[in-house]
Design a protein around this ligand. Structure first.
Ligand code: UDP
Length: 234
């Protein structure tokens, strides 16, 4: 399957059309950004590592009954996916306080939560992805009630599946961000599931194995992503 026209270039990926109107190719780049694009850099081989990590995770999730846009990984940097009409909402799931939640609530990173938190953010680069709630989603028509319930149920199920999957591999799934879209009337999990959009901590040392190493200049970013790939392939 060939890449045809470039449809969209994002911060970490490029989307191309193919000769099949229902399928697109996601091309994974090495570029990394943080803080709404204010910090930019390259993580060597990130595109290859993230494509492999995400493909493995999407396959695993499909096997557990989660509907995703994943179709195939034909090359190291390309993923064939179903064409989605993107729902402009980022769904964040949190098991442990970290990042913006720690800041907002004034609690130390690593503070356990009494229950899983789901948050919604409006996908808008110019606005810096503001946090919204279900009322905003309905009032602005960002998603229908049925789509919203399906996204929520899917996000919680993904959390249960991946928390166990990572823990078996010595990694704590602290929090993560998902994106969804519709394809032929079905809500599918889209985008990617990689250390760019998940917080992953070593179970024993609590060492960070995700994009916080880039955001916070902790070093050994490529090595951490490589280690995550090794673990998810086990
Ligand atoms: N996240 C993401 N894209 C975003 C914002 C957050 O992938 O635009 C992920 C992030 O990697 C983390 C989770 O969502 O795993 C929660 O992020 P948080 O709200 O704490 O924001 P951050 O501290 O990353 O700015």
């Amino acid at each position: 399957m060939q890449r045809l026209e470039k449809l969209y270039e994002g911060k970490a990926k490029v989307l191309y059309s193919t000769d099949d109107p229902d399928l697109l190719i996601q091309y994974f780049k090495d570029e990394a950004t943080a803080f709404d694009g204010k910090k930019k850099g390259i993580i060597q081989q990130k595109g290859v590592l993230n494509n492999k990590i995400s493909s493995r995770i999407f396959r695993y999730l499909e096997g557990k009954g989660i509907k995703t846009h994943f179709v195939d990984m034909p090359t190291e940097r390309e993923m064939v996916v179903k064409r989605l009409k993107i729902i402009p909402i980022e769904v964040v799931v949190r098991n442990i306080a970290a990042g913006s939640l720690s800041k907002r609530m004034g609690v130390e990173e690593g503070t356990p939560l009494k229950e899983t938190i789901i948050e919604f953010y409006y996908k808008s680069d110019p606005l810096g992805d503001p946090m919204i709630n279900e009322y905003h989603i309905r009032a602005f028509g960002l998603a229908g009630e049925k789509e919203l319930r399906e996204m929520e149920a899917s996000a919680l199920k993904v959390n249960r599946i991946l928390s166990e999957f990572f823990l078996e591999r010595g990694i704590i799934l602290v929090d993560f961000k998902l994106e969804f879209g519709t394809h032929k009337g079905q809500v599918l999990l889209g985008d990617e599931v990689t250390p760019d959009g998940c917080r992953l901590w070593d179970k024993d040392t609590k060492e960070k194995m995700d994009k916080d190493r880039f955001r916070r200049d902790l070093g050994n970013v490529e090595e951490a992503y490589r280690e995550v790939l090794k673990k998810v392939m086990e």
